[in-house]
Design a binder for this molecule. Structure first.
Ligand code: PLP
Length: 381
């Protein structure tokens, strides 16, 4: 009765944990969205756009003024030159940009290289687009296993997904690592599809590099980002993809028939977001730096083992062995008995490596994180 396509994946575990969290009145450190308000100026811009009657379909690939701002931002921050008329597409979140890219690039049975741990959407993205994912585990310290990466490329490889900063482990890929990936993509005629949604959330002086800024990758990269995380508006569903003309044209075709377009008044408000001063981004990273420390201290105190992430807003923690529970059992116990929701590690791994891990987000008010700290202390009793 149903297509084979949907047999290849299950419902999102992250969104499921949010539902469980509501049911148990728990603190939701599962899903990565802020529980604090979006910037006032942005909310005003959105309300003004609705009252100003930006309420009908925008151009399918995005409002012109927004594409122009994205093009300016791409040059200034990502060092990517992109013509706003032919090389920028506004989508319904970076989620849609990733799915549309895969549908535009990949034929049934072709392969896509994905680093592990990975954001859970990439599996279903591959399943829906007919791609076969080739997972390449990162080393425990987050570095690339060069041999594993080289051997993941073959005649069927069509694309590679690069998520930096990475959700869930917070890895920020270095220029040398990008160079290695770029050389392999060039040698095997592979397109990199990036997910740079956390590009401004970096710690300890780490720098964001877009692989499309490397000369050899300019024409073989689809660079994806969005407004959800940088501007705390995950519910607006505005993202974008930047890519050379032919790639953009293929992506736009898929995007048009999937969604017609992203919400018009919110696109208009996103122009305001891209005009925020540089200090906004510094304050954002500083704010998350403080929250990272709060959650890290809480987890260490409660008996978890974990590392501070270099970017994004998650901590991937090892479940203390003395609980003798795997990630699924422990996540259920934590939400129902302790009152804190987290995501079972297996959602981010193809291998067994996630089986004794949980992912926590610190994209929450300090008071929420402090309440979670109190609840997690009960684990030590
Ligand atoms: N990509 C990554 C790595 C994410 O962690 C998330 C959300 O958690 C998304 C994409 C979703 O982004 P958007 O809201 O732009 O669809």
């Amino acid at each position: 009765m149903l297509s084979r396509r949907v047999d290849h994946f299950v419902e999102s575990v992250i969104r499921d944990m949010t539902r469980l969290s509501i049911k148990h009145d728990a603190i939701n450190l599962a899903q990565g969205f802020p529980d604090f308000p979006a910037p006032l100026e942005l909310k005003r811009a959105a309300a003004d756009a609705i009252m100003g009657d930006f309420n009908q379909y925008s151009i399918t690939w995005g409002a012109k003024d927004l594409r122009e701002e994205i093009s300016r931002k791409a040059l200034k921050y990502n060092h990517i030159e992109a013509d706003p008329d032919t090389e920028v597409t506004v989508t319904c979140g970076s989620t849609e940009a990733m799915m549309a890219s895969m549908l535009a690039l990949i034929n049934d049975g072709e392969e896509v290289v994905v680093f592990e741990p990975f954001y859970e959407n990439y599996g279903p993205d591959a399943a829906v687009s007919g791609a076969v994912p080739r997972f390449v585990p990162l080393n425990d310290d987050g570095s690339i296993d060069e041999n594993a990466l080289v051997s993941a490329f073959n005649k069927k490889t069509r694309a590679l997904i690069l998520n930096t900063p990475n959700n869930p482990c917070g890895k920020v890929f270095t220029r040398d690592e990008m160079k290695l990936i770029a050389d392999l993509c060039a040698d095997h005629d592979v397109i990199a599809v990036t997910d740079e949604i956390y590009e401004y959330i970096l710690y300890d002086g780490k720098k964001h590099i877009s692989i499309a800024s490397l000369d050899e990758m300019k024409d073989r990269t689809i660079t994806i980002s969005g407004f959800s995380k940088t501007y705390s508006v995950t519910g607006w569903r505005i993202g974008y993809a930047v890519a050379q003309k032919e790639l953009t044209s293929a992506l736009r075709k898929v995007h048009d028939f999937l969604t017609v377009g992203a919400p018009a008044p919110l696109q208009h408000a996103c122009v305001t977001a891209l005009q925020f001063p540089d200090s906004y981004y510094k304050e954002l990273a500083n704010m998350y730096g403080g929250k990272r420390k709060l959650l890290y201290d809480a987890l260490i105190k409660a008996g978890f083992e974990c590392r501070l992430p270099d970017g994004a807003y998650y901590i991937l923690a090892d479940i203390p062995e003395y609980f003798e529970m795997d990630d699924m059992a422990f996540a259920r116990y934590l939400v129902s008995e302790i009152g804190v929701a987290a995501v079972p590690g297996s959602s981010f791994f193809k291998s067994e490596s996630g089986k004794y891990k949980l992912r926590f987000t610190f994209s929450k008010k300090d008071e929420t994180l402090l309440e979670a700290t109190k609840r997690l202390e009960k684990l030590k009793l």
